[in-house]
Design a protein around this ligand. Structure first.
Ligand SMILES: Nc1ncnc2c1ncn2[C@@H]1O[C@H](COP(=O)(O)OP(=O)(O)OP(=O)(O)O)[C@@H](O)[C@H]1O
Ligand SMILES: [Mg+2]
Length: 283
């Protein structure tokens, strides 16, 4: 993927939000790195998206794009609006302002090109189901009463790819956090999405499970056709997978290559020792 020569790295503060009194509350963009090229096909286009809940502005004027095949990591502090942005991309939430285009289509049509791995809290692990049921249900769009041969083969191929083939007939409630996340990754990949959305897939997973998930994501990152947006604080995941990184804090505060962003002091939240934030050698 070629980088745009017209936007060289710069560590100067950008005052690109010259607005009225309300804008004083909004953190400025602090860093502009090498952006993806403007031309060429885009897997995702987010244009001026704002979200408010009542009077509370959670996202303000968020704009970025992800070219076909690019792996983007989205980082930012707790409450920054990352999951809210993903909900807009998935069509679960209507932005208050702005527009989202997926593979050239509006969200209500483009969302069928999207695979989604939810933040772990979103799933009730006691739900009585096997990994095979979970993957087939996503292929079919409804819960299986019985699993056909072709569905079983497609689901098994996705589970095998994620190192979860042996788990296919276990109960979800018996799986470890890392095993469950592999099943959800298989579920998302089974439909062969053009855009994969992952919301903190390594959070709460032990070291061994995390390494396996990062390995899988690095493999996906190497794919030329599938684009991905990974929400994570895990530096190892960012370092291994990210072609580009966005630091979000209500708005896009930084956008560029990880090699550029990793040395920007203002973005210390990416590297903090906050217990919710993972560092390279530990959590
Ligand atoms: N439906 C809602 N109604 C009101 N406020 C909401 C709603 N959904 C999210 N929020 C608020 O919006 C803010 C952004 O939440 P969001 O879940 O997007 O943050 P996040 O960046 O994903 O954080 P985390 O890193 O903790 O997952 C939070 O302050 C949250 O409380
Ligand atoms: Mg979140």
């Amino acid at each position: 993927m070629s980088d745009s020569p017209s936007s060289p790295p710069s560590s100067t503060a950008l005052s690109d939000h010259p607005r009225g009194p309300a804008s004083r509350m909004i953190p400025m963009t602090t860093f502009a790195g090498t952006r993806p090229p403007e031309e060429g096909p885009r897997a995702l286009d987010v244009r001026g998206v704002s979200v408010s809940f009542g009077k509370r502005s959670v996202l303000h004027d968020v704009s970025f794009h992800v070219p076909v095949g690019e792996f983007l990591c989205l980082s930012g502090p707790n409450g920054a609006g990352k999951s809210t942005l993903l909900k807009c991309i998935l069509g679960l939430l209507e932005p208050t302002r702005g527009r989202i285009v997926i593979g050239g289509l509006p969200v209500n049509e483009g969302r069928r090109k999207v695979g989604y791995v939810p933040q772990r809290k979103a799933f009730d692990r006691d739900f009585p189901a096997t990994p095979l049921d979970v993957v087939v249900a996503n292929l079919r769009g409804r819960w299986p009463l019985f699993v056909s041969k072709s569905e079983r083969e497609a689901a098994m191929a996705a589970l095998e790819r994620c190192g979860a083939g042996k788990l296919a007939n276990r109960q979800m409630s018996d799986l470890s956090g890392g095993e469950a996340q592999r099943v959800f990754l298989a579920r998302a990949l089974a439909t062969k999405p053009e855009l994969l959305i992952l919301d903190e897939p390594t959070a709460g997973v032990d070291v061994g499970g995390r390494a396996a998930i990062v390995d899988l994501m690095a493999e996906i990152s190497a794919s030329e056709t599938m684009a991905a947006v990974l929400v994570t604080h895990n530096l190892q995941a960012i370092a291994r997978c990210a072609e580009r990184v966005i630091y979000l804090e209500r708005t896009v505060r930084a956008w560029g290559l990880w090699s550029e962003l990793s040395s920007v002091d203002d973005l210390s939240a990416i590297r903090t020792s906050d217990p919710n934030v993972m560092s390279l050698d530990g959590d």
